[in-house]
Design a protein. Structure first.
Length: 114
């Protein structure tokens, strides 16, 4: 199953959703701001993305700059922070059973579902 972790207010996320709709493939939408990922889900997603936790963090968000930017945080702490503040997670993320990509650029999504 394909899942898109979606924020309807984000232009890039809406673009990613359109790519999935146009693909004709079955997928599900998880609005991760309304239904946040827990720490295990984020850890599993990071493995599929083959990323370090800091690479998934939106470091330009106000909450990051005001609370975390100048701190030396462990991977476990970063995962906990993303679970507590889902707005800090890059978007969109599209996941299959075995892999995942951040949909920036949108061609990453096309490559994943091809």
């Amino acid at each position: 199953m394909i899942t898109i972790y979606h924020n309807a207010r984000c232009r890039k996320s809406r673009e990613g959703l359109e790519i999935l709709k146009e693909s004709g493939k079955d997928f599900e939408i998880r609005e991760y701001l309304k239904e946040p990922l827990n720490e295990k889900e984020i850890t599993d997603l990071l493995q599929k993305l083959n990323m370090a936790p800091i690479e998934l963090v939106r470091t330009e968000e106000k909450i990051w700059k005001e609370n975390y930017r100048d701190r030396d945080l462990s991977d476990k702490e970063l995962i906990r922070i993303m679970a507590e503040h889902p707005k800090l997670i890059q978007r969109p993320v599209v996941e299959t059973n075995t892999k995942a990509v951040v949909g920036r650029p949108a061609s990453n999504i096309e490559d994943l579902i091809a």
